[in-house]
Ligand binder design. Sequence first.
Ligand SMILES: O=C(O)CCC(=O)C(=O)O
Ligand SMILES: [Fe+2]
Length: 370
Amino acid sequence: MGELDPTFIQEPEHRAKLAIVEAQGIPQIDLSPLINSSPADYNAAAVQDLIGEVRDACKNWGFFQVFNHGVPLESREKLFSVSKRFYDQPMEEKRKVRRDEANPQGYYDTEHTKNVRDWKEVFDITVENPTKMFASHEADDDRITHYINRWPEHLPELREACEAYVKDVQQLSYKLLELISLSLNLPANRFEPFFCKDQTSFIRLNHYPPCPVPDLALGVGRHKDAIALTILAQDDVGGLEVKRKTDGEWIFVKPTPNTFIINVGDMIQVWSNDRYESVEHRVMVNSTRERFSIPFFLSPSYYTVVEPLAELIDVQNPPKYKGYNWGKFFATRKRSNFQKLKVENIQIYHFKIPNKLTDDAVSGVENLVI
Ligand SMILES: O=C(O)CCC(=O)C(=O)O
Ligand SMILES: [Fe+2]
C-alpha cells in the first residue's frame, strides 16, 4: 500500500493498544437446534433456550459468535482462497474492477472511516445483481440507479465462489433474523417484508496487508454498521476488537475456526427502539501477517422506511427515532464517502427524538460506517 501516508494516522486516543484485553470474550452460541431440521421438528425447549441466549447476547454485547451454523466449511474456505488470489494480482488488474461513484461495486483501496484512511483493500459484491438504489440523496429525487457487480477477467472462480457463499450465508442470516425477532417477543417472520424483495445486502472481501506502523494506523477505524445484521467470517490472524458495553474497554475477538461473528446493526437498534444497540468495533493491523475477513451485510430494500416497530412502542416506551428512508440514507452516506466531504457522515442519531426527561439526543453517540 506504499509508504506511510499521513492520512492513515489515527488520533492518539483512537490508536490500538499493545496490551490486548481478551477477557471472557463475546458469547458463543450453538445454533444446532435450528439447523438441519424443519420448524415442525424443532425441539421446543432447546429453541427457547437459544432465543434466550440470543436475547442476552444482543442486550449485553450487541455481538456474538455462532457455531453449528449450517454454512458448509468448503464454501467459506473456497471464498477465502479465491479472495487471496484476487488481492495477490498486480494493482493494474485490481484497478480494472475499481469502484466508481455511479456504481460502488468492486475494488477500492482508499476507504476512510471518520476521515482517517483505513489500512485495507476491499471488494464489494451485492447479493441481487443488479441491485436497485436511489440515484440521488436529494429527498425529492426518486430516480433509481442499478448497481452491477464487477468481476475480474482473469479470475472467473471469484464469481462462482461468491455466488455459492452468498446463498449459504443468506440462509443463515434469515435464521438469525427469526431468532432476533422471537427474542423481542415478535413473530419469527416480523422482519421478512423488509428483505423479501429488492434487498440491498452485499458481501465485502476485506484484505488488511501487513502494516509498518500498527500502533498508528487501523485496518478499520471505530464504527458501527449501518445495516440490519452483519455476519462476519475472519481468518486465523485476528484483529477485530469490540467495545464492551459495560466499561467501554476494547475486547479482542479471538479467531475461532469455522464460527461466524454476528453483530446487530443500526437498523435493529432503531426497529427495536433501543432494546438492542449497534456496538462500536474496529480492526487492528499487525506488521507481519496479512489478514482476510468477509462480512455479509444484511440490508433491506432501498424503499424501506426504518422506524421503531409499532409493537415495541407504548406509553412507557415512546418511539425514540423518526423514520428514515434506507435508500436515501445510503445515498447520502455514499456521497460523503466518495467525495471525501469533510463533514460527519449521516448517522441514526440524527433521527433521534429527544426525550427531555432522560437524554440529550446528540450527546455521546458515535459514528458508523458501511
Ligand atoms: O474485518 C473485520 O474483522 C471487521 C470489518 C468491519 O467491521 C466492517 O467491514 O464493517
Ligand atoms: Fe463493521
